[in-house]
Design a protein around this ligand. Structure first.
Ligand code: UDP
Ligand code: MG
Length: 322
């Protein structure tokens, strides 16, 4: 267990009404089996539960597979692939449960952890997140880059995002309502969970191997997510350049004085084109880099001001209201 954020008050309700939010993108191969197993497990936990699957624009028969399943299952089909963060946001928007559990559709998140979530919720925690014991299911490069990302994030951002905690978590209804109030288009859910606060606790779990196909996140998608995380939760990359600029200017002044003294006192002829070339190219690089970072923020501001919805729903199944 890691870092509780506040002293919790135990809850009187023993068996809460559970909504399970399941983002699914091209999971037709195993989603039927997954939903059967999940419903069976949830039935042992509470009399009242529902599973809300968000088909994130799958190109296979994910939606059809879900609709063919019996049980308290609702389905939201998005109009295209909007990404996991948007799919989760869509799920949270529609989730009615007293507690909401977010879980992947690929069997990587073991069901018994949900029991532990509920126990901690009953103890009074509003958010219980699962922390991976190890990341053996990820490749070495992904593990190292992910560690680097969390290191950078913890230094640059004022909110603390627990390392190795993902979307597999339980949220109290209160937390769900808080998350619904966040209107941003650049959604980095791991940051938003931390940003809203509430009494939170992490519990360790061992992640399973993916049951079918392979991860839907390639290097570029992960890089984009990491940039969204950094730019959404830190202004340091923007501010850094004040420091870098000041330092370079100071060095330039000292160097100018040095050249002046050398020329006036020692009468050295003008030389040093190599120094000039190095200085010009170095400064060119620094300027392009800083403009690039500015551009990154600008692009995200542009995205925000367009105020486009984060996702569009193409079809609903199992909903009483249209
Ligand atoms: N997913 C999604 N939209 C996407 C990519 C993934 O809804 O664009 C879902 C996917 O179906 C799965 C969960 O998000 O239920 C986690 O995806 P995946 O297993 O590919 O990621 P990883 O476990 O490698 O982080
Ligand atoms: Mg997975």
């Amino acid at each position: 267990m890691t870092s509780p954020t506040a002293v919790p008050t135990p809850r009187p309700t023993t068996r809460p009404w559970i909504t399970c939010v399941v983002p699914a993108y091209n999971e037709a191969e195993s989603i039927a089996e997954f939903l059967r197993a999940l419903c069976q497990h949830l039935a042992g936990l509470s009399e009242r539960f529902e599973v809300l699957v968000i088909d994130d624009g799958s190109s296979d028969a994910t939606s059809q597979q879900v609709m063919a399943q019996p049980g308290p299952i609702r389905l939201l089909t998005l109009s295209r692939n909007f990404g996991k963060e948007a799919a989760i946001s869509a799920g949270l928007e529609e989730a009615d449960g007293e507690v909401v559990v977010i879980i992947d559709a690929d069997f990587q998140h073991p069901f018994p952890v949900i029991d532990e979530f509920i126990v901690h919720w009953q103890l009074g925690y509003d958010m219980v997140y699962a922390v991976r014991r190890e990341r053996n299911t990820d490749g070495r490069l992904r593990r190292q880059l992910s560690h680097l990302f969390y290191q950078i994030m913890s230094r640059m951002s004022s909110i603390s995002i627990p390392e190795d905690a993902g979307d597999f978590r339980l949220l109290d209804r209160q937390v769900v309502h808080a998350l619904r109030c966040l209107p941003e288009s650049n959604r980095f859910m791991k940051g938003l969970y931390s940003w809203v606060g509430f009494r939170s606790i992490g519990i360790a779990f061992t992640i399973e191997e993916r049951r079918s196909s392979s991860s839907k996140f390639n290097f570029l998608k992960l890089l984009d997510l990491a940039t969204t995380g950094l730019t959404s939760f830190s202004n340091l990359p923007l501010r850094l350049w004040v420091g870098v600029g000041s330092l370079i200017s100071m060095l330039a002044i000292f160097y100018a004085i040095y050249i002046l003294v050398e020329t006036l006192i020692f009468g050295n002829p003008l030389a040093g084109w190599a120094t000039l070339v190095v200085a010009v190219t170095f400064l060119g690089g620094v300027q392009l880099l800083s403009i690039g970072i500015l551009g990154e923020y600008l692009a995200r501001i542009f995205n925000e001001v367009k105020r486009r919805p984060n996702y569009l729903v193409a079809a609903k199944h199992g909903f009483t209201k249209p």
